[in-house]
Design a protein around this ligand. Structure first.
Ligand code: GLA
Length: 375
């Protein structure tokens, strides 16, 4: 009799568990706390997402991924992204000569737009110049430099921001949401947007990964599932060519250490001061694994999944130790790498590239997953 009752209870337990997993019930702990105030007094929060040994902290200022903890092969967690200890670190470095956009949402247009302008529906739009004659990451007041509204969602946090018609030069009121969830080492970032006027947009996350939790990234072994890349001119603007990676230092179709060819005698590497290029992904526009980084000393692995057509692989060539990051430690040359999933740079001026236009009535929706494991 007792055995029967126990059995019954176990069966009910299993049923409940099965129902919970079918419903995708949240199991990640989500908490929030104040992260400080902006110079104008606006309050900024930080959300902490915890699932076992994995933890992500995201602030409402710029949607920045402030810290991201993942275990090594012995189970020891480390923070694997660069950034600052407090809000002031992020605010003080914004618009400085060494702004690195650590961990932030980049919008409305990630990456470079040549001559700080583009033409849409026959009308010319002018943008702020903050990278020579070009616009980089939307200029001086992008999505990385605003305070987003936040609400907790199952396993994560959803941020929203309404960019006004004409803000930083772009047309249309753009209602944007970015949802971060963390489940079993998968940091999933889901971007959505709607506009009330024809516009262009290109959103990404600018996290700087150092899977060892310190040191340079030259021994990181990288795979990028791309048979072509977009070569650049001296201003890092694509020439328009989609060039085969075959036989070049840009061929990462087989896992290769970052440092193996980074100093090769190659014009594109010289122009980029290392790797700072967009790869043309072979994902056919579907959410798929497109890149992997393996860090041999810790065993940590980062896999990147996206539905975007491109990925900017940047090896921290502009980090030079002048900025002091977390714990007051200088952020040294090539001490982190970025894998920014996105559309190709300068697409609004390059008719042969996949379009970045969004029209009223359409919904922009894209997903990127940074997935952590070890071996
Ligand atoms: C992007 C660019 C780099 C650099 C960083 C920020 O990755 O491609 O050239 O500007 O942002 O420092």
């Amino acid at each position: 009799m007792t055995a029967k009752i126990l059995l019954g209870k176990t069966a009910i337990g299993f049923l409940l568990l099965a129902a919970a997993s079918l419903a995708g019930e949240a199991k990640t702990k989500v908490t929030s706390q104040p992260f400080g105030k902006m110079p104008d007094g606006t309050s900024v929060e930080i959300y902490t997402l915890t699932d076992g040994p994995f933890e992500a902290q995201i602030t409402t200022y710029g949607g920045i991924v402030v810290s991201l903890k993942a275990p090594d092969r012995t189970g020891k967690p480390a923070d694997v992204v660069l950034g600052f200890d407090d809000l002031n670190g992020y605010v003080a470095n914004f618009n400085g000569p060494s702004n690195a956009y650590f961990g932030a949402i980049i919008g409305r247009y990630a990456n470079r737009i040549a001559n700080a302008s583009f033409t849409l529906d026959g009308q010319k739009y002018s943008l702020p110049k903050n990278n020579g004659d070009n616009t980089l990451h939307s200029g001086t007041h992008g999505f990385n430099n605003v305070v987003w509204k936040a609400k907790a969602v199952p396993n994560g946090v959803e941020l929203s921001y309404l960019a006004k018609d004409g803000e930083t030069g772009f047309p249309g009121n753009l209602a944007t949401t970015v949802r971060y969830t963390l489940v079993k080492g998968d940091l999933r970032i889901e971007y959505s947007a709607e506009t009330d006027k024809d516009t262009v947009l290109n959103l990404t996350n600018h996290s700087y990964f150092n899977l060892a939790g310190g040191g340079d990234i030259l021994k990181n072994e990288v795979t990028i599932d791309a048979s072509r890349f977009t070569p650049v001119n001296a201003n890092l603007i694509p020439t328009g060519e989609l060039k085969s990676v075959e036989g070049t230092p840009f061929d990462f179709r087989k896992s290769t250490a970052v440092g193996a060819r980074i100093n090769a005698d190659n014009e594109q590497l010289q122009l980029g001061h290392g790797y700072d290029h967009n790869w043309v992904l072979d994902n056919g526009g579907k959410l798929a694994e497109v890149a992997e980084v393996y860090e041999p000393s810790s065993g940590r692995i980062l896999k990147v999944f996206t539905d975007q057509p491109g990925i900017q692989f940047y090896t921290g060539n502009f980090l030079n130790g002048t900025v002091k990051g977390k714990g007051g430690k200088p952020d040294e040359y090539r001490s982190a790498l970025c894998l920014e999933t996105q559309h190709f740079p300068d697409s609004p001026n390059q008719p042969s590239f996949p379009t970045t236009e969004l029209k009223p009535g359409e919904r922009y929706h894209t997903v990127t997953v940074y997935s952590f494991s070890y071996r």
